[in-house]
Design a protein. Sequence first.
Length: 695
Amino acid sequence: MDIKLSPEDRIGGSGKRTRKPAKPGRGPKSASARGKTTRQGSNNSKPSRRRTKRQKKPLTFWRIIGKLTYWGLVLGIWVGIAVAGIVAYYAVQLPASDSWNVPTRPANIRIVATNGQLISNRGQMGGEAVAFHELPQFVPAAVISIEDRRFFDHFGIDIIGITRALLGNIMAGRITAGGSTITQQVAKNLFLTPDQNLGRKVQEALLAIWLEQNYSKTEILELYLNRVYFGAGTFGIEAASRRYFGKSARNVSLGEAAILAGLLKAPSRLSPDRHPERAATRARVVLGAMAEEGYISPEEAEAAAIDPTKRVRTRIAGAEFYVADWVESLMTSYIGEVSQDVIVTTTIDWDLQKNAEFVVREMVASKGEEHNFSQGALVSMTTDGSVIAIVGGVDYSDSQYNRAVTARRQPGSSFKPFVYLAALEAGFTPDTQVEDAPLDYEGWKPENYNGQYAGTVTLRQAIAHSLNTVAGRLAIAVGPQAVIDTAAKLGISTQMPAVPAIALGTAEVSLLELTGAYTPFTNGGVGVIAHVITRIETTDGQILYQNIPAGPGQVVAPEHVAMMNDMLSTAIDIGTGKRAQLPGWQIAGKTGTTQSNRDAIFVGYSANLVTGVWLGNDDNTPMDRVGGGSFPVDIWSEFMTRAHQNITPYNLPNALMSPQLNIPGQSQPPPVQLEQQQTRPRNLGDLINDLFGNN
């Protein structure tokens, strides 16, 4: 193959390239030709388009409009592409639309008294769902008027509302409105987290459109009303109405509906019980919006408006809420996880429950400041352990701590019946003589409340006057563990140290278990399990739990029951509980006052009911001249008198009278006949010799 090289390509070549010969007709023009062209150009008045720069046209109004339109369209197209890209990006992060379903509303626990009276609703939502058609027309109208006026016109997203909100925010220089529709709020509450970001808003809009395509406007509004947050832990219109007005949303007035609708903007700031003036002012705004939309007339709006200077009447959280909390805490142990709406029927007597709340609250209000106590609690139950009333404190809205069920306090001398019962079971009798004198047992030196000593007394006298040294001697004689075992079989579940001081009630127990432990004295010695639930069923009537009378059986011998009732009746007749009164009934009980008057307790009973009362302070500060035989007995007497109205009196199980027991599901024990007492009463020295010999 030949390679052709030019002289310039060769080594040592000249490096000069020879000009190629010009092609015919392509050479430089001659002077005459150039002159001809010039002459021709000079004769032409129009400049050449190729050689003359294009001149700009003057801007006119319509040309400006045209340019703006053009660039606006271009910008709009690009913005549309960007928005579509953003929507697509966040849309693909959602599950497939065919898998979208409205989540099931969390289960509601409807708690009712024995007569069907609603005590409270419990569960995550704080209330049950209510159907749209069950509500007065002005309830949804109030919500639509203030939250989403074009609800029935938009497709899930309100473009007009969003634009108006955007302009308002720009003019205000801050975010004053969001423009979200009711449908968007439903989408957010059902499917999304409350995070405020672009992705969540995009997904919210997509879900809102899906909701509008799959549910009617009425169904969407019903979802909203039953799930939106109204403050104070309530979700849904029914829970809010119960919480604030003590009535069903089915029965609210126009003014109350306006208050509830007004809450949605800021539930805590517009709460009718905490900020009544704000709530009333907001309600007027709602009523005005309803009038503008034509749901009501201006005259109706004015008539329904509440004076902002007057307090809105709201429901006071009563003591029954302590019952509801207790019931809710028991649900898992009864039926496991609550996965559907249920109705829980309790043992609570509604009228007695409200009476118990009243007498405790009134006593604290009238005597508490003077005598330095701020709290009270009460538990009352029947002879089979059914709790009919429970007060966990004077003001549930102020403190939800249950001082009847949860709190553990020293019972003081109200624990002594278990010491005396242990002594009876060891061979003592009510007439056994013991010495009330100073006691020093391995450095433990109990003293009587008044610092005085009575000398030789019977057990009956000792418990009636609550002599500490006698209780201490009995505990030492029978052994502290025997006292603990006796208390445990009667129902005291708290772990207690096996020391002699246990005789004076130094171990902390709950008022509920203490009251329950007295119950065998009322029913002939049958142990009970304090309970508050009788039945749990679904809303369609399926029984999930039914209480069956059960318990530990006979825990105290009938003769010992008779002896205890004999001694504890004496404590009422002549002893520390003599202020207790229950006309026509034989009653028994024991007072308790702890060191420095920190706790004052009285547990008393008839053959029909046993009731325990506690007064004190949460911070354990001492009270001023308050003992178990004072104000606790007064509360007990007032409550028990009301509880025994229209009931024929009958006596406690004892040796002299046949007991007329009222224990559902249990047979009546036969009358107990006590053996004749010994010529010489058995004393403490005899028992010690029996137990320990001459050592």
